[in-house]
Write a protein that binds this ligand. Structure first.
Ligand SMILES: O=C(O)CCC(=O)C(=O)O
Ligand SMILES: [Fe+2]
Length: 318
C-alpha cells in the first residue's frame, strides 16, 4: 500500500474550452484511467466554494446531535433516505461477504423533485420516497439542496466527457440522464473509542452501484483506499480543490466491461482512530426507466436503471 502522487486529474475547464482535437485527447486520457482503475480527480469543476462550505458547516452540527434526534429521521421501511445509524449497513454485504457493520453513520437524500407523470410504484416508494428533513441545524435543507443541484450539474458535465472518452458524441447519454435518480449521502465516521471487531472497517470493501460517484472526502482526511490492478490497496488522499470521481457497476455494464468499477474501502489509519472523518458522496444514477445496454459491439446484459439500483441497495441493507 502506498500513497501514489500521480492521481489522474480531469481538468473540466480545460475540457470545456478545448476544440474537438483537444477534447479527443483529454477523452483518450480519461478512457485510459477508466480502463485501469476508474478513479480520478476532477479539478476546475466550477462548484462554488460557498456551496461546499455551506454544507460542511451544517453537517458537523447535524451529526453532533443526540442519537434520539437523529434516529427520529430513520427511513420508512424499504426507503433509502434519512438517517442510518451506526450498525445499519455493511457495504461488503453487497458482494455477499459477511462482515460486521461499517463504523459509520449517514444522512441520505434523493432527487429534489418527482418527474411529472411518474406512476411506477417502485420508483415512487424507493427513489422518490420523501427525504425526512432534520429540524436542526437551521438551513440544513437549503445547504443540502444547493449542493445536490451542483452535483447534478457536475455529473452531467462529467458524463459528457465520458461520452467523448468512449468515442461517442458528447450528448450521447443526455436522454437517459435528464431525470436522474441520484442520491446524496453525507457520511460521518465517528472517533473510535474501542478496537473494531475482526473484519470491521469504516466502510467495507465494495464497488459503487451506479454510473459515477462524486466523492468529497473531508479536506486533509485519510482512509480511502482502492484496490489497484496489481492487487494492492492504495491510499487515495484527497486532492485539494478537487472531487474524487469513480465509476460504478452500471458504467461497467454500460461499457461492456471496458471500464472498471474498482473495489474501494475506508480504513482507519492509526492517527485517525481518535478523529472523526466526514465525507460527501453523490451517487449519480440514470433515469429510473433508462434501459442500460452495453454499447454497440460489446456483449453483456441489459438492465433498467431503477430496479437495478433497488436490488443492489437491498443486498447491502437487508
Ligand atoms: O467516505 C469515503 O471516502 C468513501 C465512501 C464510499 O466509498 C461509499 O460510501 O460508497
Ligand atoms: Fe463507495
Amino acid at each position: 500500500m502506498s500513497d501514489q502522487p500521480a492521481f489522474p486529474i480531469l481538468d473540466l475547464a480545460a475540457f470545456a474550452r478545448a476544440d474537438a482535437a483537444g477534447r479527443a485527447a483529454i477523452g483518450a486520457e480519461l478512457d485510459r484511467t477508466c480502463r485501469e482503475t476508474g478513479f480520478l480527480a476532477v479539478g476546475n469543476h466550477g462548484v462554488p466554494d460557498a456551496v461546499i462550505e455551506g454544507l460542511w458547516s451544517k453537517l458537523t452540527d447535524f451529526f453532533d446531535q443526540s442519537p434520539e434526534v437523529k434516529h427520529a429521521l430513520a427511513p420508512a421501511p424499504g426507503a433509502p433516505y434519512g438517517y442510518l445509524g451506526p450498525g445499519t449497513e455493511a457495504l461488503a454485504r453487497s458482494r455477499g461477504e459477511e462482515t460486521p457493520p461499517d463504523l459509520k453513520e449517514s444522512f441520505n437524500g434523493g432527487p429534489l423533485a418527482v418527474p411529472p407523470g411518474e406512476t411506477d410504484p417502485d420508483a415512487l416508494a424507493f427513489c422518490y420516497a420523501p427525504t425526512p428533513w432534520p429540524e436542526a441545524p437551521q438551513g440544513f435543507r437549503e445547504a443540502w439542496e444547493a449542493y445536490y443541484r451542483e452535483m447534478e450539474r457536475l455529473a452531467a458535465r462529467i458524463m459528457q466527457a465520458f461520452a467523448v472518452a468512449l468515442g461517442l458524441p458528447e450528448d450521447h447519454f443526455e436522454s437517459v440522464i435528464d431525470q436522474p435518480i441520484s442520491a446524496l449521502r453525507a457520511l460521518n465516521y465517528p472517533a473510535q473509542d474501542r478496537p473494531p471487531e475482526t473484519g470491521q472497517l469504516r466502510a467495507g470493501a465494495h464497488t459503487d452501484y451506479g454510473s459515477l460517484t462524486i466523492l468529497l472526502p473531508e479536506p486533509g482526511s485519510r482512509g480511502l483506499e482502492i484496490l489497484t490492478p496489481e492487487g494492492d490497496w492504495r491510499a487515495v488522499p484527497p486532492v485539494p480543490g478537487a472531487f474524487v470521481i469513480n465509476i460504478g457497476d452500471l458504467m461497467t455494464l454500460w461499457t461492456g466491461g471496458r471500464w472498471v468499477s474498482t473495489l474501494h474501502r475506508v480504513v482507519t489509519p492509526p492517527e485517525w482512530a481518535a478523529r472523526r472523518r466526514m465525507s460527501l458522496a453523490f451517487f449519480h444514477q440514470p433515469n429510473w426507466h433508462a434501459e442500460v445496454k452495453p454499447l454497440a459491439g460489446e456483449g453483456g446484459e441489459t438492465v433498467t436503471s431503477g430496479p437495478y439500483l433497488m436490488g443492489k441497495f437491498a443486498a447491502a441493507n437487508g
